[in-house]
Each structure stands twice: as C-alpha cells, then as structure tokens.
Design a protein around this ligand. Structure first.
Ligand SMILES: CC(C)(COP(=O)(O)OP(=O)(O)OC[C@H]1O[C@@H](n2cnc3c(N)ncnc32)[C@H](O)[C@@H]1OP(=O)(O)O)[C@@H](O)C(=O)NCCC(=O)NCCS
Length: 157
C-alpha cells in the first residue's frame, strides 16, 4: 500500500472522525476530531494509505514550540495517531520516514522537528528512534507523567 502525507481537507473529515484508539493508547495522544478547527500556525497532516485516511498528526509553528527548543526554526509534532484497525502495518513508520521530505518542501524554513513522548509509550519511542529522532535530554511534566523531548534535524529542501 502506498503511504503519503497530505494537508487536511474536508474530504478527510468523516474518516478522521471515526478514528478509534483503545484507552491504553488514547491517553498518549488526542484523536483527530479534537482538531476540527485549529489555530494559526497549526497544520493538520493526514496519513494516507492509497486514498484512505489511516493516520493523523499536527504540526505547530506557534509559541508552544518555544517550550521544547530554543531554535526559532523548529516545528513541533503532536497528536500522532494511526487508527487502531490500521495499526501494525508499518504505516506510522513509513509516515515518519516521509516526514523530513514533506516538511522541507511544505515548510522550507523549518530545520528541526521536535516532539514529546511519554516515558511509558514504548511503541512510540521505538517508532521515533527507528526514523532517527534523538533524545535531547530535555524533560517536561505532562498530565500522565514525564515526557521526553526528542528531535530530528530537517535538511533544507
Ligand atoms: C504509535 C503508533 C502511531 C504506531 O503506529 P503503527 O502504524 O501501528 O506502527 P508501525 O506498524 O509503523 O510500527 C512502527 C514501529 O513502531 C513500533 N511499534 C508499533 N507498535 C508497537 C507495539 N505495539 N509495541 C512495541 N512497538 C511498537 C515498532 O518499533 C515498530 O517497528 P517494528 O515493527 O519494525 O518493530 C500507534 O500505535 C498509535 O497510534 N498509538 C496511539 C497514539 C500514540 O501513542 N501516539 C504517539 C504519541 S507521542
């Protein structure tokens, strides 16, 4: 199945609203329906398998990024999810492998991606490590415990 990244549009709304995650996963993220509207500087990105929306994440170039890094050209990735029925098929891995290329073409000023992963979220930690994210050593307290701040350099497009 061909995996691609695209900006959100209305055509994805129904599929994204039907995303389901079991409770033990839902605590680590926010489902896409929480982002029917977003603020300036937030971008909804849809993970497509063929034409089907199977995953979602949010990119930020807002002031919130400043609490993760001092780099003014960094963006923050949050709220990654793959709909439960489509998990375990390599979709998140492929999507994160496509991330740097997508960002360098869509957000040419961005030279670093940062994100926070919960210390108990082993699946996500492995995923991010597999695609080259590094532990910055920074830690923040989240609502369900310590969050590790990871980063990935983005080569200029
Ligand atoms: C984390 C998540 C995005 C992975 O999506 P996925 O499409 O099922 O992942 P993939 O099939 O591409 O697997 C990629 C890698 O992730 C890791 N991984 C995925 N699911 C895993 C699991 N249940 N246990 C351990 N590692 C897992 C593995 O390293 C895997 O590579 P491998 O199979 O070669 O070992 C998905 O489980 C999810 O949506 N979780 C809930 C939300 C969440 O935690 N988001 C991250 C917030 S920081």
């Amino acid at each position: 199945m061909s995996i691609s990244l695209t900006h959100y549009s209305e055509q994805h709304l129904d599929a994204l609203n039907q995303f389901y995650l079991p409770e033990e996963q839902a605590k680590f993220t926010s489902l896409p329906h929480a982002f029917e509207t977003v603020d300036k500087g937030q971008y909804r990105i849809v993970i497509l398998a063929g034409n089907d929306a199977v995953g979602f994440f949010l990119l930020h170039e807002t002031e919130r990024v400043n609490s993760f890094t001092d780099n003014p050209n960094a963006m923050l990735l949050t709220s990654l999810s793959i709909n439960e029925k489509d998990q375990g098929k390599g979709y998140a891995l492929k999507a994160m492998q496509l991330l740097a290329g997508f960002v360098s073409s869509e957000f040419p000023d961005c030279n670093e991606m940062v994100l926070a992963v919960n210390h108990k979220n082993i699946a996500a930690q492995k995923l991010y490590s597999n695609v080259g994210f590094q532990d910055t050593g920074r830690r923040i307290d989240g609502p369900i415990g310590e969050q590790w701040i990871l980063n990935l350099p983005i080569a200029k497009g």
